[in-house]
Design a protein around this ligand. Structure first.
Ligand code: AMP
Ligand code: ZN
Length: 136
């Protein structure tokens, strides 16, 4: 895709701090990290977001995420890692080329991934679960 910065980075047209590369993916250090060692896994093919991705790409991605997360932990001795992925502007997606975040975390590090919790009325959760299941 023309003018997609992550296409250019993933395919090596723009240099990046690369931690991993194979035929389908490149993983880079985020330019504005939530913590040092915050990695983004980018497919080389342009895919807008999770719902538009081929199952084959997604199946290949998670073992790579596991491997890189292990390497982040070994390198930084962090206490945990958030793996997250934003779909759509409302969900915080700012680059519209699929990417998976891996964020090293430390006890009381002050990094916030905030949401206010909501609650269900009686029976509402079961009803909603059923509706979502119907749309699988
Ligand atoms: P998201 O908000 O989930 O779309 O995440 C986009 C991420 O891409 C943000 O964390 C940005 O800091 C990061 N980012 C944007 N441009 C670049 C770039 N040129 N190189 C590395 N990371 C980038
Ligand atoms: Zn792209």
């Amino acid at each position: 895709m023309e003018n997609c910065i992550f296409c250019k980075i993933a395919n090596g047209e723009i240099p990046s701090a690369t931690v991993y590369e194979d035929a389908n993916f490149r993983a880079i250090l985020d330019i504005a990290p939530a913590a040092k060692g915050h990695v983004l896994l980018l497919p080389k093919a342009h895919i807008k977001n999770l719902t538009e991705a081929d199952d084959a790409v997604l199946s290949a991605a998670l073992p790579v995420v596991k491997r890189i997360s292990g390497a982040i932990g070994k390198t930084l001795s962090c206490d945990g890692i958030n793996v997250l992925q934003n779909n759509g502007e409302a969900a915080g997606q700012s680059v519209f080329h699929l990417h998976i975040h891996m964020i090293p975390r430390y006890v009381a590090d002050g990094v916030t991934i905030p949401w206010e919790t909501k609650s269900y009325e009686d029976g509402e959760a079961a009803e909603l679960a059923e509706k979502i299941a119907e749309n699988l």
